[in-house]
Design a protein around this ligand. Sequence first.
Ligand code: 0L1
Ligand code: MG
Length: 259
Amino acid sequence: MSQYKEIANYLVSAEEERREVPKVTVSLKPDLSVEEAYLVQQEIVNRKLSEGRRIVGPKMGLTSFAKMKQMGIEEPIYGYVFDYMLIENGGKVRLSDVIHPKVEAEVAFVMGEDLEGPGITGAQVLAKTEYVLPALEIIDSRYENFQFTLPDVIADNASTSRVVFGTSLKKPEQFELDLIGATLSINGEIKELGAGAAVLGHPAHSVAMLANMLARKGDKVKKGDVILTGGITAAVKLNFGDIVTGKFDGFGEVSFTVT
Ligand code: 0L1
Ligand code: MG
């Protein structure tokens, strides 16, 4: 078995057994590079597909300039959302299904056509988008204390765990997505807020960058993909009993309860 597959199995076991594990770079592979980390991530994707899971869409992470500066990186990262990660709007996230979850508010895109990089622009993304919708992403690093290096978090499928999509589908031309304000409340108290511009200046730039990054491995954004573009707000830790609500100005509301 390749070392990438071994690391992928290590991370999938942590996810399935709901336990945090030491970072890959602590001892399994201290010299793991970003390129190798994406090969590990691909092994995770292959394993889930072979188990009958379906990809909902790729997602972007670390898209705020603040997070990129904090991690010392110049471009965001991507991972994949699978069907088993979906929670219905108004539904429940069970703490026993996850490790140490956090939530962030995001804008999602539903693609009406394929987007093949390199050279894709935000304007091209908007022209090929069928709908946009609000979402809450639950991230859940498999690593101890939610701490990692850049290769670690890429290998760990960008901490992807659960997603609640809103039920209001909007046409992208109805909105200036960079100006949409969002609040993230827990038990009625606003914990974080932000605007669409927190995502690389405009959420469409995030999808463009995703298409351009996927092109490096000969892949593309596909018609029908539902894409999380990155956090408008910082991520907030979840606790038992939390009622979580994301309100997006004129765009919709998304909520779930932690049980
Ligand atoms: O979706 C995200 O922005 C998460 C990317 C990975 C970083 C993290 O877990 O905070
Ligand atoms: Mg996210």
